[in-house]
Design a protein around this ligand. Structure first.
Ligand code: KIV
Length: 313
């Protein structure tokens, strides 16, 4: 059933000193210091958000939109989730890694759900999995948890159901809808999830859900009464062009910084200001040991070493 994913990835440099967040610790944060979760889709971002000290990193199927440029998450495959989750795993020394189960990788049957969750753990090196839905997936969650795989639930706006919901809209408005969100969250709690993402619901409903369940709630567009918050990394870093959701605060404008840096690079290449002397190796003609000497060749390799070490640790 599983592909041979090879030996576990080398840990980031700080892994020895770092304390990995565990599922029991995260669960015990209910009502305590808010949990900090952020998405990441590759090794580079994983290292940076881990260094920033977040508690949980989610490899969300939002990668369909952020990385692949799709209109929604529906086409994302389990193999794609495995690929990105494995890259992120290599970058995390202390944050807990949650892998998202994509559309139609768990809805068909509890058996399918266990197999997909197992693949994300074994091949993707996820430490837990997240899936969308409430009552309708409660049995699937129960079976995955019984197989020894920790699960994060996700209710409210569930983007994999974008067509059924009629768009990316706030959920849980009105009594019936609010009761459904509450019932879904309770069903997930009973099935054994260790946390529940609440997406795009009114803050008073998020507060009620948070008080109704025994596990931490992690909000995104759900106000500040939740036990934690999650944001998509590119939203909080101001990297995405176009629409930013109302609930996503931009803590930086890295998109503008990148365009500015690359424009300056382009200008310097065109004017031949780059590369300057400081970015250029010594000409053969100026090496006192003579062009092509063994010593000169050794120095060239020494200059390359830090780059190689940094790339491969
Ligand atoms: O896919 C994702 O990034 C998510 C978060 C928005 C919670 O599900």
């Amino acid at each position: 059933m599983y592909s041979n994913a090879g030996s576990p990835p080398p840990p980031p440099p700080t892994a020895a000193a770092a304390q990995k967040r565990t599922v029991p610790e995260l669960r015990a944060r209910k009502g305590g210091e808010p949990l900090v979760m952020v998405t990441a889709y590759d090794y580079m971002m994983a290292r940076l958000v881990d260094e920033a000290g977040v508690d949980m990193v989610l490899v969300g199927d939002s990668l369909g939109m952020i990385v692949q440029g799709l209109a929604n998450t529906i086409p994302v495959t389990l193999d794609e989730m495995v690929y990105h989750t494995r890259a992120v795993a290599r970058g995390l020394a202390r944050s807990h890694l949650v892998g998202d189960l994509p559309f139609m990788s768990y809805q068909t049957s509890p058996q399918q759900a266990i197999e997909s969750a197992g693949k994300l753990m074994k091949d993707g090196h996820a430490e837990s999995v997240k899936l969308e839905g409430g009552l309708e997936v409660a049995e699937h969650v129960y079976r995955i948890v019984r197989a020894g795989i920790p699960v994060v639930g996700h209710v409210g706006l569930t983007p994999q159901s974008v067509h059924a919901l009629g768009g990316f809209k706030v959920q849980g408005r009105g009594r019936d809808e609010a009761e459904k969100v509450l019932a879904d969250a309770r069903a997930l709690d009973d099935a054994g999830v260790f946390a529940i993402v609440l997406e795009a619901i009114p803050p008073d409903l998020a507060d009620a859900v948070t008080r109704a369940v025994s596990v931490p709630t992690i909000g995104i567009g759900a106000g500040n009464a939740c036990d934690g918050q999650v944001l998509v990394c590119t939203d909080l870093l101001g990297m995405m062009r176009g629409h930013t959701p109302r609930f996503a605060k931009r803590y930086a404008e890295l998109g503008d910084s990148i365009v500015d840096a690359v424009s300056r690079y382009a200008g310097e290449v065109r004017s031949r200001a780059f590369p300057g002397k400081e970015h250029t190796f010594k000409p053969n003609a100026q090496d006192p040991r003579g062009p092509g000497s063994q010593e000169a060749a050794r120095d060239e390799h020494a200059l390359d070493a830090p780059l190689a070490l940094d790339l491969w640790h």
